[in-house]
Structure formats: C-alpha cells, structure tokens
Design a binder for this molecule. Structure first.
Ligand SMILES: Nc1ncnc2c1ncn2[C@@H]1O[C@H](COP(=O)(O)OP(=O)(O)OP(=O)(O)O)[C@@H](O)[C@H]1O
Ligand SMILES: [Mg+2]
Length: 236
C-alpha cells in the first residue's frame, strides 16, 4: 500500500527554452517533514512552484491524496489542501497584519481562524493593526506562515523559511514547524542551510541542476561527507 500524500514523478519544468527540472521525483508521506536541499539556483523554488501549479511542469505526474493535480490551476490545488509559504513572502504591505490574515482565510471544517492564528503566533496579535510592510523580516515570515495556515491546508510547502533571518528567529520558526508537524501537517521545506534540516527533517532530498541526486535520512547524510561536499558545500 502506498501511504504517500504527495507523489511527484519525473516532472520536467521549463522557463521558456530553459529546461530547469529534468525529471524530478519525490515523495512525502502523511505527517512527514521532508527537506529539499541544494545550492543556489538548482531548482528548489521551481519544484515548489511546479507542485503548486504556479509554474506547472510540461511533463510528468504529481499526485496529491492519490489524485492527479499536474496541470490543474493553482487555486484548485490550494483548494485540495496544499498551501505555499513563498520565498518572497508576498504580503500586502499596505494592509495590516490582521487584514493580511483575513485575505488568506478560507472557510472550511478544519477551521483555522484569527483566534487560532493568534494562539500560534502571539507576536502577531500585538502587531495586528500594524501595516505588514512595517514588520521586520522575521515578523513578516511568521505572518506569511500564519496567512498560509488560514487557507486550511493539509500540507505546507515552505520555500527557504529561515533565509536571511537572525538565529533567534530561526529558532522560533523551527519551533513553529515542529509544532505544526506534531499537529499532523505534512511539510515539504526547501533550504540551503543544513542546520535547519538537521533539526527537523525526517528525510532529505538533494537537488542539483534540476535533477535529484540523493535521498535518505539526515543520519545517513550526516555520515556521507562526499555527498555533502559535492552538492551542498558544507561540512558537519
Ligand atoms: N522566471 C524565470 N525565468 C527564467 N529562468 C528562471 C526563472 N526563475 C528561475 N529561473 C532559473 O531556473 C533555475 C532554478 O531556479 P530556482 O529559483 O528554482 O532555484 P533555487 O534552487 O530555488 O535557488 P535559490 O537557492 O537561489 O532560491 C535557475 O537557473 C534560475 O536562474
Ligand atoms: Mg529558491
């Protein structure tokens, strides 16, 4: 029996004539935290945008909850339960924190609402009347995560959620992600920073120039110096 919630099979994604994803496959089981690692420009964001239907693949299959979603419009993919926490955060800078949350909201039985958002992110409650554009990078990242949760997803795609943030905020984001996982959310997170993966990942994938080069547990990766040096340029 296949318990995968998300199954990406051999997808090919292009920007114009540039063949960016050249047969990417990955799987994420229900409740799993999977981290997609890889250097700058290898196709991590493109993989998430392909899954989300924002930049769909021209070839290959993406199944979510056993249904084919490749080629569906992104609103339909969101409706089926996938939420994207984008790299560039895409908040409405002129709107307040609370208005940004309301924009992300979607009525559903799972019922994530303003109250639950503020319980998860008490720092946002204190800032609720502040314009999003005036928040710090860390506060904006938390608002972006909270806004995505307001859409009541079952699975979150997070694009480098700790990029450019101070160590204390990184810790807070790691804590939030752990809490979400313990609540049953399924997570696929891209990251260049291996320490984030070390803290959280059940499994990792390594992408290099649009191809999947390695997958396994973090424990296995830790002891594989060759792979670490070749694809990630880090030493542990
Ligand atoms: N809109 C675009 N038009 C053309 N090429 C693009 C576009 N977006 C990305 N690319 C190219 O596609 C490749 C993969 O980019 P992508 O953003 O997916 O990489 P990434 O792994 O997320 O990188 P980073 O670590 O910098 O976020 C890169 O070579 C990039 O230059
Ligand atoms: Mg990226």
């Amino acid at each position: 029996m296949n318990s995968n919630l998300l199954q990406v099979r051999d997808i090919h994604t292009y920007y114009g004539d540039s063949h960016i994803l050249q047969g990417v496959s990955l799987e994420v089981a229900k409740g799993e935290i999977v981290v997609l690692l890889g250097r700058h420009g290898v196709g991590k964001t493109t993989t998430l945008l392909s899954i989300m239907g924002i930049h769909p693949p021209l070839k290959g299959s993406i199944r979510f909850n056993k249904e084919e979603i490749a080629g569906l419009p992104s609103w339909d993919i969101a409706r089926r339960g996938i939420g994207l926490v984008p790299e560039n955060r895409r908040l409405f800078p002129e709107l307040t924190v609370e208005e940004n949350l309301e924009v992300g909201s979607k009525a559903s039985q799972r019922g994530y609402n303003l109250e639950t958002a503020y319980a998860d992110f008490p720092e946002l409650f204190d800032l609720r009347q502040r314009q999003a554009g005036q928040l710090s990078g860390g506060q904006q990242q938390m608002l972006t995560i909270a806004r995505t949760l307001m859409g009541n997803p079952q699975m979150l795609l997070m694009d480098e959620p700790t990029e450019g943030l101070a160590p204390l905020i990184v810790k807070r984001i790691v804590e939030i992600v752990k809490r979400l996982a313990s609540r049953g959310y399924t997570l696929l997170i891209t990251d260049q920073n291996i320490t984030f993966a070390l803290e959280l990942a059940h499994r990792v994938y390594i992408l290099d120039t649009g191809m999947m080069k390695w997958s396994g547990t973090m424990a296995k990766l830790r002891s594989n110096r060759e792979i670490l040096e070749k694809y990630l340029a880090v030493s542990l």
